[in-house]
Design a protein around this ligand. Structure first.
Ligand code: AQP
Length: 346
């Protein structure tokens, strides 16, 4: 039997973004930035935005937001994103993100959003006082992706649920406004890889996060060698020696996290790391991990510091990236306006 399921035949595109909400850490680097750079040489058009509108969903300082938007753009470049290959831009420079988000707010369902665990985590016990923006954040994220008809989205594991929502919203839009044909493709998350979920250095059951009040919980992109070594020395571990195989790390969240970080930084599998360190304690393993982390971070941090101070270059890159992004977003939004029935002068 021939498969009659409609298939998306448009160009493949990569879209992702990082919030300018603080200092970037190893989780952001392995979960997102490292993949951004790798993907730009794989034949798909790549668009990487600094999602400054998402950063407003929590209380923020306007002056700081401008500065951190620039510093995230610098971090993209430090991680190897080439502005001549990929568009680097601020989300707010392409107003079509916000315009499409409104349309998608009317497509998404309350019940879908109420299931989002990140809202529950970030709003905490006082959800009534959270901003409406924090609640509808995943809809804006769907708009960020769909306004470019992006097909691939590199993110860390924590964004999986939001990506599923973007897929549901795309399908519902197609059903309601495009006769069940494919106007918006189903974006595929690119999550796999050893750094997909880096955990806190202080608690192996919590993800490493910019907003964790303890700086000792994360390795920041701009930490110097001494700070990295100190943080790894103080990282929570346990009293056992390392096991010979990955199964031995079950029920040992901190050990699993530290071994996983070593593997990701050294481009090895967890089993390869354990083949070398199985039977040894953290007294031996932690200094080795610190060496690997210092070496890995050294180059990226130096490039980051240099680029961050060059505001002229960053602004030119953000402007050029926004122009490129708008060339794609403008005709998509034009079509959406017609599909949903906006009046326009004839
Ligand atoms: N711990 C992590 N491990 C792997 N990937 C991670 N990412 C975040 N934390 C980890 C990925 O980094 C990208 C950018 O994230 P973001 O800043 O847009 O939002 P976030 O997920 O909310 O990041 P943080 O660091 O935890 O910030 P706060 O504390 O502000 O919430 C995404 O691809 C994310 O998956």
């Amino acid at each position: 039997m021939t498969d009659t399921t409609p298939r998306y035949t448009g160009p493949e595109r990569v879209l992702s973004g990082v919030q300018p909400t603080g200092r970037l850490h190893l989780g952001n680097y392995l979960g997102a930035l490292k993949k951004f750079a790798a993907l730009q040489d794989q034949g798909r058009e790549c668009l990487y935005c600094v999602v400054n509108m998402h950063a407003m969903t929590m209380p923020h300082d306007p002056k700081e937001l401008v500065a951190t938007t620039r510093s995230i753009a610098a971090a993209y470049m430090a991680a190897g994103v080439d502005p001549n290959k990929s568009a680097i831009f601020a989300q707010s420079s392409v107003p079509e993100h916000a315009e499409l988000a409104w349309v998608l707010n009317c497509v998404g369902r309350m019940g879908w959003l109420e299931r989002m665990t990140q809202f529950k985590d970030k709003a905490g016990k006082d959800a009534e006082r959270a901003s409406v923006g924090l609640f509808t954040y995943p809809v804006l994220m769907a708009a960020d992706i769909l306004i470019y008809k992006a097909t691939h989205v590199p993110v860390g594991d924590d964004q999986k649920q939001h990506l599923e929502l973007a897929r549901d919203i795309a399908a519902r839009f197609n059903r309601d406004f495009y006769k069940d044909e494919i106007f918006f493709p189903q974006p595929d998350p690119l999550i796999e890889g050893p750094g997909a979920r880096v955990m806190s250095l202080k608690d192996g059951t919590k993800k490493m996060s910019k907003s964790d009040p303890s700086d000792l919980s994360r390795l920041n992109l701009e930490d110097d060698a001494d700070t990295i070594a100190k943080k790894i020395k103080k990282a929570k571990s346990d009293a056992d020696v390392l096991p010979e195989t990955a199964e031995g790390l079950n029920d040992r969240p901190e050990a699993r996290n530290l071994v996983g970080i070593y593997a990701a930084l050294n481009n090895q599998s967890v089993d390869e790391v354990l083949a070398e360190f199985g039977g040894q304690g953290f007294g031996v393993f932690k200094p080795k991990l610190a060496d690997v982390a210092v070496e890995f971070f050294g180059d990226v941090s130096a490039r980051y510091r240099e680029l961050r101070d060059d505001q002229g270059t960053i602004d030119a890159v953000l402007k050029q990236g926004a122009e490129k992004a708008r060339e794609i977003a403008t005709p998509v939004m034009d079509e959406v306006r017609d599909l949903v029935g906006y009046w326009r002068a004839s």
